[in-house]
Structure formats: structure tokens, C-alpha cells
Design a protein around this ligand. Structure first.
Ligand SMILES: *[C@@H]1O[C@H](CO)[C@@H](O)[C@H](O)[C@H]1NC(C)=O
Ligand SMILES: *[C@@H]1O[C@H](CO)[C@@H](O)[C@H](O)[C@H]1NC(C)=O
Ligand SMILES: *[C@@H]1O[C@H](CO)[C@@H](O)[C@H](O)[C@H]1NC(C)=O
Ligand SMILES: *[C@@H]1O[C@H](CO)[C@@H](O)[C@H](O)[C@H]1NC(C)=O
Length: 204
């Protein structure tokens, strides 16, 4: 059993160190939710620190096609990764291009965990660690893993897709934001403001 788990870990590490240089066309990220106020809201890059952007929950895409002010994202994949399961999708990096005066910086999304909470923040940060994600056959954003530790002994049962996305009010560096969040583990978010969402890719 230990050797199967190690195999799983090795497979994941291999994908983390891959070069993700094949870039998709730009797309919007749209929330799907049972909450009709939230359903259809877009995610927009919002400044949360020096070159650090979070995914703030914004207004819905207008039906008249006006898209000024809405963020687009891209998906960077690697040619060296074979897709183990097309239904849950190929893993790659969710990227955002930070445009500054005289520079364009492609930043990858990574999860920023809090020690005291099971609610983590997806952030775009230059040169920071990367959290591989995927879009499934329904265009829904997921994070994949290999190991199920809810049973004894733990099993390497993967890859499987997780969709633990929520819209939450969070504190980050002294400010309050309503942002896309990720909940670690199978229990509900301990932050009482969180509302369950799915994240849909809509090409621009
Ligand atoms: C994504 O791919 C583009 C095109 O190869 C590259 O310029 C960019 O640096 C990549 N972004 C990240 C965060 O790796
Ligand atoms: C949310 O919006 C989508 C797309 O507009 C729609 O198909 C879906 O039925 C809506 N969900 C709810 C719960 O109303
Ligand atoms: C399109 O709709 C948005 C939001 O409803 C509005 O702010 C904008 O002025 C409209 N643009 C045009 C060209 O009608
Ligand atoms: C950044 O990208 C924009 C849009 O593609 C382009 O117009 C601009 O010239 C780029 N700036 C730099 C410094 O490369």
C-alpha cells in the first residue's frame, strides 16, 4: 500500500514541475450558484498587495456584450502531460496577465492557506508556487488529487476532481474582500459567510 501511495505522490510531483507554456485563448470565469444573486457573477482580478491579485466576485456579464472592466484569464498546459481522464480534464495553470507601465507579467494561481482556517485564498503572485487546476468536460474548474486519507489505510485513488469552491468574505492584509475561496478537506467552510459555487469557463 505504501508503494502505491508513493507512486501517486511521484505522479503529482512530476506534473507540478512540468513546464506549462501552451497558453489557451482568454476566457471569463463565471460563478454558478443556487444563490440567484451570486449565480452568473464574474470573477475579476483585484489588487490585494504588491503584484498580488485575488479573484473578487463582481457583476454579471452584461447581455449587450460590453466587456470593459471584466478580467480575462488563460489556461497554461504542458505538452509533456498526458491526460489521465478527459472527463475531469487536463491539469495546468490558471494564469492572469498583470499589465503595468512597461511590463506584462503572467502570474499563476496558487492557493494561500491559513493555519487557523480550512478556507484558503486563490491568489496570483509572481514567481510564487503554483497550484495545478483543470477544466472538466462541462468547463468547470476543479483541483485534482490522488490520495484519499479519509479511510484507513489511505488509498491512492486517483486522479479524482474536487470542486470545493466558495464565495466568501475574507480578511487579507487588513482588508475585507468577497472572493473565490477554496475549502480544504470534506467538511463545510468554518467561515460562516461562505456560499457554495462552481466556476465556469466562458471563452471571451
Ligand atoms: C503561460 O504561457 C505563456 C506562453 O508560453 C508564457 O509566456 C507565460 O509565462 C506562462 N505563464 C506562466 C505563469 O507560466
Ligand atoms: C444559474 O445560471 C445558469 C446560466 O445562466 C442557469 O443555467 C442556471 O439555471 C442558474 N441556476 C439557478 C439555480 O437558477
Ligand atoms: C451594456 O450594459 C451595461 C450593464 O447593464 C451598461 O453599463 C452599459 O452602458 C451597456 N452598454 C451599451 C453599449 O449599451
Ligand atoms: C502588454 O500587453 C498589451 C496587450 O497585449 C500590449 O498592448 C502592450 O504593448 C504590452 N506591454 C509590454 C510592455 O509588453
Amino acid at each position: 500500500m505504501l508503494s502505491t501511495i508513493l507512486l501517486g505522490i511521484c505522479a503529482l510531483t512530476a506534473s507540478v514541475t512540468a513546464q506549462y507554456t501552451t497558453q489557451s485563448d482568454p476566457f471569463y470565469l463565471v460563478l454558478l450558484s443556487e444563490d440567484l444573486q451570486v449565480n452568473g457573477s464574474t470573477l475579476n482580478a483585484c489588487h490585494e498587495g504588491a503584484a498580488i491579485e485575488g479573484l473578487c466576485v463582481g457583476s454579471k456579464l452584461p447581455l449587450n456584450g460590453t466587456t470593459t472592466g471584466f478580467s480575462t484569464f488563460q489556461f497554461n498546459t504542458s505538452e509533456s502531460i498526458t491526460v489521465p481522464n478527459p472527463d475531469i480534464g487536463e491539469t495546468g495553470l490558471l494564469t492572469f496577465t498583470l499589465r503595468g507601465s512597461g511590463f506584462n507579467e503572467s502570474e499563476a494561481m496558487s492557493l494561500y492557506p491559513y493555519t487557523a482556517s480550512n478556507v484558503a485564498l486563490p491568489l496570483f503572485q509572481p514567481g510564487y508556487s503554483q497550484t495545478p487546476v483543470a477544466f472538466d468536460a462541462r468547463e468547470l474548474l476543479n483541483i485534482q488529487d490522488y490520495i484519499d486519507d479519509t479511510v484507513d489505510p489511505a488509498v491512492a485513488a486517483g486522479p479524482f476532481a474536487l470542486y470545493r469552491w466558495y464565495s466568501c468574505k475574507v480578511y487579507y492584509t487588513g482588508y475585507r474582500y468577497t472572493v473565490l475561496s477554496w475549502v480544504y478537506g470534506k467538511y463545510p467552510p468554518q467561515n460562516p459567510t461562505c456560499c457554495k459555487v462552481d466556476v465556469l469557463r466562458v471563452f471571451a
